[in-house]
Design a protein around this ligand. Structure first.
Ligand code: PHE
Length: 453
């Protein structure tokens, strides 16, 4: 990161990157199929509740950890562990390992986005028949080497952006793209909501049928909350470390959590009518979004251009989130003074991610036969990391912060005398961090273990 600590030029800069890191493929690609897997409305309620009741307070804690220590997650948790004499110093290390592995398969999915982006571009110059053959998911899924190439391209692009410094240029770029993306999504939302499948979709999404929840639904909700808010990776600790002294962390954290949750809701409302329309697609398929959206877009008036714009924006979102992931690995390298320099650290991290991307990239082709509990390799990896590993790492970072920060420090960082609500919210925040979050994460984990039997 070219910026010095605490040197966001503007508050807007912080929001752009924090929201940009939170809102990515997690909202548009992952959330819909996780909702599909967990039966719809009841899960959405559970998810929204967890995002606001647990996710937002934990996001505030991670940002605060970064802002108060001005360090990235590994050094920050080490400092906390020293101060409190507790054993949480490994929390940061686990977060970094998790981050690089997640980055590698996130790159594979980003590669899918790149694929559709280029295919829509090519389709601008061809007729409907050949366009629909190009935007066909099966062709991509059957070709592992293509997926690996696309993932490599994505990793390369991310590395180059990070080497050049995030602050420069990209901030401006993204600020142009975001309103356009929002507009496209809204148009698509209106369009898909006028499909005949809508009443059925509304019932599925908003009529909570609690019998659809399973023993692992709680952890699926928690895992996705952490994934989509970039918690438990160290991204938000790093971004917090660049906040300006005068920025109020709780306000920032709450806003980011709110915007991200809204976007997830919009995403399911946009995808599901289309998915219901294409009745042959299982709602639990990780490729759900890629399966239904391109086909639908091609069928609407001006759909090729629309699809191109949509996938370009989605790619920017994926890139922005990937930068957050790579940034964690690199800033931890630099903070722990591995004497290799920032540029080299970035290239090395990219290389490791590339090697790790090989298995998930080949999971739907060469390694198609490898299935764990009926799931493909990429699905199993995603489930293992996000539903099992991530909640524990997020909890460890939270505990490191909670134990290593004195009561007084927490209070001073949380309460802002100009913000009256901060006085009344403070005890709730402490209560959630101390009791509610550990208890719910613990419960989720136990239920998930029980679901195995
Ligand atoms: N939150 C991102 C998303 O929803 C994923 C991500 C996780 C990005 C962690 C950065 C760090 O797509």
């Amino acid at each position: 990161m070219a910026a010095k600590r605490g040197a966001w030029r503007t508050r807007f800069g912080f929001y752009l990157l924090a929201i940009g890191s939170a809102c990515g493929l997690g909202n548009l690609w992952r959330f819909p199929y996780v909702v599909g897997e967990n039966g719809g409305g009841a899960f959405i309620l559970l998810y929204v509740f967890m995002a606001l009741a647990i996710g937002a307070p934990m996001l505030i804690a991670e940002l605060m950890l970064g802002k108060n220590t001005r360090k990235s997650v590994m050094v920050a948790t080490q400092q906390m562990a020293q101060k409190s004499n507790t054993g949480f110093k490994w929390a940061g290390r686990l977060a970094v390992i998790l981050t690089i592995v997640v980055f590698s398969y996130y790159a594979v999915i980003s590669g899918w986005v790149l694929h559709f982006m280029t295919q829509f571009f090519v389709s601008l110059f061809s007729d409907y028949e050949s366009a629909s053959s190009k935007t066909n998911l099966a062709a991509l899924m059957g070709n592992g080497w293509l997926q690996l190439m696309l993932a490599s391209a994505h990793i390369l692009i991310t590395v180059v952006v990070v080497v050049k410094g995030v602050q420069e240029g990209l901030e401006r770029w993204i600020s142009y793209m975001m309103p356009l993306f929002a507009a496209l999504v809204i148009v698509l939302l209106v369009k898909s909501f006028s499909l005949p499948s809508t009443p059925e979709v509304v019932r599925f999404l908003f009529y909570p049928d609690f019998s659809k929840l399973t023993m692992s639904s709680l952890n699926h909700a928690l895992g996705h909350v952490f994934f989509t808010l970039s918690l438990g990776f160290g991204t938000m600790v790093t971004y917090g470390s660049y906040m300006r002294d005068e920025d109020h962390v709780p306000t920032a954290g709450f806003r980011v959590a709110l915007v991200d949750s809204l976007i997830s809701l919009v995403a399911v409302m946009m995808i599901f009518p289309v998915a219901f329309q294409a009745s042959n697609v299982p709602l639990t398929d990780p490729a759900l979004m890629f399966e239904v959206l391109p086909r639908y877009l091609l069928g609407i008036h001006g759909g090729t251009l629309f699809g191109l714009a949509f996938f370009v924006c989605l790619y920017m979102a994926a890139l922005n989130a990937s930068i957050g992931l790579l940034e964690v690995v690199v800033s931890n390298f630099v903070d722990t003074k591995k004497n290799i320099g920032r540029v080299r650290a970035t290239w090395y991290s990219g290389l490791v991610a590339l090697l790790l991307a090989i298995l998930p990239a080949l999971s739907s082709s060469v390694l198609k036969a490898v299935r764990v509990g009926g799931r493909s390799l990429i699905e199993s990896l995603d489930s293992l990391l996000i539903n099992w590993f991530l909640p524990l790492v997020a909890l460890a970072i939270l505990l490191a912060f909670y134990k290593g920060t004195s009561e007084k420090e927490k209070e001073v960082s949380f309460i802002d005398k100009d913000k009256f609500v901060s006085y009344s919210m403070y005890p709730h925040w402490i209560f959630v961090l101390k009791w509610v979050a550990p208890a719910i994460i613990g419960l989720g984990f136990v239920l998930q273990v029980l679901s195995l039997f």
